[in-house]
Write a protein that binds this ligand. Structure first.
Ligand code: ATP
Length: 265
């Protein structure tokens, strides 16, 4: 079966800087995939190219066998993207915003009502629903945006730092919801996070990107096995892999099963 997300040789240049360097990645339907990496390593740039928001310099992205750049409308019907700094229509109320997003995706009225009810209850937004978004806190906007993203039941949900701004209860609700959506509804989730504990708790597999290159991909157990460090936490592995030294190069080569020459800038 074809993977739900298929990224082939994806690269992005900003001037002379290669922000994303020939990334190849496949994510299966129903997988919860965490995309990890230090600041400035290329996570957001990669995700924007995967969602059709930023034109790649080269390479290809297919979602459910649909080429995101050759067939953008069809691809965008099937996905939702929640950025870390959402741009929302601040003068709308939460309710008006949800209705607007539902109309963009032609969600049937009954489905809209049922899903709206489910997510606003889950994220405890009922009382704020008739207030303008400009009065919402960052976390409330994040919750509203997550609710909006799920209204059309996307095949693939892209999330950039989704737990930032959420209180502990909201973050836990989101973690459980994402797991449920992947396990029961076979939604595919592709998310970035700097919270390695969160990634370790909820993801099926992680990908670690460093200086634009995808240097490790697998479940935490697979990474532990391939690195020969059965007891290492994801944080231990992450810090060792991204240390930018000789030991890191050896470790990356063993994780990838090749010889790895790290870039020197
Ligand atoms: N529009 C742009 N113009 C020029 N350079 C850019 C642009 N967007 C990103 N970059 C550069 O590309 C590199 C990757 O940035 P990106 O935002 O993808 O990193 P990131 O891994 O998401 O970082 P963070 O964890 O800090 O959010 C960085 O060096 C950044 O400065």
């Amino acid at each position: 079966m074809k993977p739900m997300i298929d990224v082939q040789q994806l690269s992005k240049m900003f001037g002379t800087k290669k922000a994303v360097d020939s990334i190849n990645l496949q994510v299966e339907k129903g997988e919860l995939f965490c995309f990890l990496g230090p600041n400035g390593s290329g996570k957001t740039t990669t995700m924007k190219m995967m969602t059709g928001l930023l034109q790649p310099s080269s390479g290809k992205v297919q979602l459910s066998s649909i080429d995101v750049w050759a067939n953008p409308v069809e691809a965008k019907k099937r996905i939702a993207y929640v950025p870390d700094q959402p741009n929302m229509y601040d003068k709308l109320t939460g309710n008006e915003y949800l209705r607007f997003i539902a109309s963009v995706f032609s969600v049937k009225e009954a489905d809209f009502q049922a899903r709206k009810e489910k997510y606003i209850t889950l994220f405890e937004l009922e009382e704020a629903l008739n207030d303008r978004i400009e009065s919402y806190s960052h976390g409330m906007k994040q919750k509203l945006n997550l609710s909006a993203a799920l209204l059309h039941q996307p095949d693939v949900l892209f999330l950039d730092e989704p737990t930032v701004g959420l209180d502990p209860k909201g973050a836990k609700t989101l973690r459980l919801l994402l797991r449920e959506l992947c396990d029961e509804e076979k939604m595919t989730v592709f998310m970035t996070t700097h919270l390695l504990e969160v990634a370790a708790q909820m993801c099926d597999r992680v990908g670690i990107v460093f200086k634009g290159e995808l240097i490790a991909v697998g479940s935490i157990t697979e990474l532990q096995e391939r690195s020969g460090q059965a007891d290492a936490s994801l944080e231990d592995l992450f810090l060792a892999i991204t240390a930018d030294d000789e030991r890191a190069r050896t470790l990356i080569a063993s994780l990838r099963g090749d010889s790895y020459a790290q870039k020197t800038d």
